[in-house]
Every structure is written in structure tokens, then in C-alpha cells.
Ligand binder design. Structure first.
Ligand code: NAI
Ligand code: MG
Length: 369
């Protein structure tokens, strides 16, 4: 059996608490012989700053590069509000994304039937919802040059941000999205604004070419990002995989997330290029939520976002899709039985702790096994 190397970076606040539940799961998977994971642990964020005055050290970066996947908790908190800008906790995460070349950000929005009431939309609109948003993460208007604020000298200033996309950047994100669609319901929707943006024209053209060359078996449609946003709220179940640029993806993935409930439930994955020789790709898996200082240290955090981020690692980095399906089914089963952490509980019910939720999910897995 192949050995998979994981770097665990629990980080700050509730990061270590929710990571504890992933460790429990890894221990069980190894003991059952379902896969073989070798784990290392490192410091990131405030925890790293306290130890080294840096939000991530070169040594930890080397460990991240050598790992088959990085499992990341969360960073930040009031304790580090006044540290120098370059050493702020978030800088550690940004360096990981940049140095590992993680250009594809995957954000699923899944509505668990038991939690359909938690959505801001009607049950029938969201029940059974299962969308994957693929956001380009390393290009576009957040990084394009020129990026300036100039004093025009007449009491006016001018701010410039520049949207830049090259063919190869669109091709590689399109391939990630088409590959995902193939593993799902075989449908991809590409969103841009070709009606007003040159980058939208190129985006549309390149996605269409990649489709014609390599993915004719996948159903492709194009939507303008603004009406796509409307459709996401109006009739979200029409979507399977959505691919879009950095800026639109930032907004559309946050909108899609709120169709399905709490921050404590939302996983994500960030993927890099496939290495030509090893056929492996760099990857990082993290919950969407932050370090939640308001509830840290109390055992209240919902571990589901973290556990299902690890589930994405099983599926997308290790080709353990059947095991990932079981993890998802165990989460759904525990929710169906009415078990809730404080963030997703309804009035009049009692909440379980982080470790009780983690234990229940594992028990469900054992029962299925
Ligand atoms: P947050 O996501 O940490 O918390 C927002 C609200 O959601 C809080 O009320 C929190 O208690 C709740 N929440 C979040 N995750 C939860 C979970 N698993 N279970 C139950 N409740 C949960 O965002 P906030 O408060 O804006 O930021 C707190 C710190 O986290 C800041 O230092 C921020 O910079 C950092 N942050 C880090 C991120 C990362 O590491 N990727 C992402 C977002 C924020
Ligand atoms: Mg955002």
C-alpha cells in the first residue's frame, strides 16, 4: 500500500481543536488498513509567530513542499493584531498558496437534508443541492499590474486595479473544472463577463477550446457572471461545477456557501499543477472558517468543515473517493440523527461538543464498515 505524506498545520484558535478530530479519523483509517497516512505537524500563523517571529518558517515550507497534501486548520486572533504586517498570521497561509502554486480553489456547497431549514432559501430550492465552485486563485484583478493609487493633484486620486489572464492560466483552471465535472454529474458552467471585459472574451474562448479539444463528453454552458449569480440564488440545483475567475469566484463561492448553512460546515481545497514526472499535484485542504476566537478553547467548534476538508483530500489528492463518500455519508447520518454542535442547533435542543461530534462521525463510519 502506498504511503501518503500529510503535513498537518493546526494553526490558532479552534484550528487545533478541529484538527484533533481529523487526527482521530486518520488514526482509524490507518488502523483499519484502508490507507496508509504518515503525518507530520508544523506551526503556522500566530502559533508560528510566537515560536519564531514568522508566520511560517522556511523549514515548515520545506515540509509543505515535500508533503503529498497539507491539511490546514485556521490562523489568526486578537493576540496577534499588533504584529508587523509581514509576520501577521494570514501571511503564512498566503505564502503557502503562493509558493505551492495553488491556482485552483474548490468550494463545494452541499445542502444536507437535515439542515435544509438553516438555509436562507426555501427547503425545496436547496434540498439535495450539490454544487462545486472552482475559483481561479492566483491571477486576475487581485494580482494584475498596474495596481496603484495616484494623487492627481487636483484634490482627486485615481485607483487602478488590473485584470490580467493569460491563456495558460485559463486552460489549467478549465481542466481542473472539467476533470471534476467528469467525476460528478458531467456538467460545467463557465462564468465571466465577456460583454464588458476583454478577459471575459478570452476566458470564454479558451474554455470553449479546451472543451472541444479534450472534454467533448462533458456538457459545457456559459453564463454571464451577474446573471449566473442570480441563477445561483433562484434555482441553484441547475448547477454541477462552476468555473470562474478570482474576483467573481470570491463572491459567487461566498453566496453559494450561504445557501447551505453555517461556516462550521464548509470545506475547501486548493490545488496546484500536476507534476510531469510524479503525476502528483500540490494541494492544501482547509475549512472556510477562521480561528473563531470567540469560541476557542471551549470545545464548542463544529469539526465538520475540517473533517470534510480532509474528505476532499481523500477524494482529490489520494484517489480514495469511495472512502470520501463514506465520510460524507457518516456526516449526513449523524446530522440526520439530530446531533448538532452549537452553531447549527435549533432552539430547544442541546448541543454536543467538538469531540462528541468527531466521535459520532467516526462511530458512524465504523458501523458502515
Ligand atoms: P471566523 O470564521 O473565525 O468566525 C466567524 C463566526 O463563525 C464566529 O462567530 C465563530 O464563532 C463562528 N464559527 C467559525 N467557525 C466555526 C466552527 N467551526 N464552529 C462553530 N462556529 C464557528 O471569522 P472571524 O471571526 O471573522 O475571524 C476570526 C479570526 O480568524 C481573525 O483573526 C481572522 O483573520 C481569521 N481568519 C482566518 C481564516 C483562515 O485561517 N483561513 C479565514 C477567516 C478568518
Ligand atoms: Mg471571500
Amino acid at each position: 500500500m502506498a504511503t501518503h505524506k500529510l503535513l498537518l498545520l493546526p494553526g490558532d484558535g479552534i484550528g487545533p481543536e478541529v484538527m484533533g478530530e481529523v487526527k482521530r479519523l486518520i488514526g482509524w483509517i490507518n488502523a483499519q488498513g484502508l490507507a496508509h497516512f504518515e503525518t507530520e505537524e508544523g506551526l503556522v500563523g500566530g502559533a508560528a509567530y510566537d515560536a519564531s517571529k514568522q508566520s511560517i518558517t522556511d523549514a515548515t515550507m520545506a515540509m509543505a513542499s515535500a508533503a503529498d497534501a497539507v491539511i490546514f486548520g485556521a490562523v489568526g486572533g486578537p493576540k496577534w493584531d499588533s504584529v508587523p504586517y509581514e509576520a501577521r498570521p494570514e501571511a503564512g497561509l498566503l505564502r503557502l498558496r503562493k509558493d505551492l502554486g495553488l491556482f485552483a480553489n474548490l468550494r463545494p456547497a452541499v445542502c444536507y437534508p437535515a439542515l435544509a431549514e438553516a438555509s436562507s432559501l426555501k427547503r425545496e430550492v436547496v434540498e439535495g443541492l450539490d454544487i462545486m465552485i472552482v475559483r481561479e486563485l492566483t491571477g486576475g484583478v487581485y494580482f494584475g499590474e498596474p495596481k496603484t493609487i495616484t494623487d492627481l493633484g487636483n484634490g482627486q486620486k485615481r485607483a487602478i486595479d488590473t485584470q490580467v489572464y493569460d491563456t495558460y492560466e485559463i486552460e489549467r483552471i478549465a481542466r481542473v473544472a472539467f476533470d471534476l465535472a467528469r467525476k460528478r454529474r458531467n456538467k460545467l458552467t463557465s462564468m465571466e463577463k465577456r460583454n464588458v471585459m476583454k478577459s471575459g472574451v478570452l476566458w470564454n474562448e479558451v474554455v470553449t477550446q479546451v472543451h472541444a479539444r479534450e472534454y467533448k463528453d462533458v456538457q459545457l454552458e456559459h453564463q454571464l457572471a451577474d446573471s449566473g449569480g442570480m441563477n445561483l440564488v433562484k434555482a441553484p440545483k441547475q448547477f454541477d461545477v462552476i468555473v470562474t475567475d478570482n474576483l467573481f469566484g470570491d463572491m459567487l463561492s461566498d453566496i453559494a456557501a450561504m445557501l447551505t448553512g453555517s461556516l462550521g460546515m464548509l470545506p475547501s481545497a486548493s490545488l496546484g499543477e500536476i507534476d510531469a514526472t510524479s503525476r502528483k499535484r500540490k494541494s492544501l485542504f482547509e475549512p472556510v472558517h477562521g480561528s473563531a476566537p470567540d469560541i476557542a478553547g471551549k470545545g464548542l467548534a463544529n469539526p465538520i468543515a475540517m473533517i470534510s476538508s480532509f474528505g476532499m483530500a481523500l477524494r482529490y489528492s489520494f484517489d480514495l473517493g469511495a472512502l470520501a463518500d463514506k465520510v460524507d455519508a457518516a456526516i449526513a447520518a449523524v446530522l440526520a440523527k439530530g446531533m448538532r454542535t452549537a452553531d447549527i442547533k435549533s432552539e430547544g435542543t442541546t448541543a454536543v461538543s467538538t469531540s462528541q461530534m468527531g466521535e459520532a462521525i467516526l462511530k458512524e463510519l465504523q458501523a458502515q464498515h
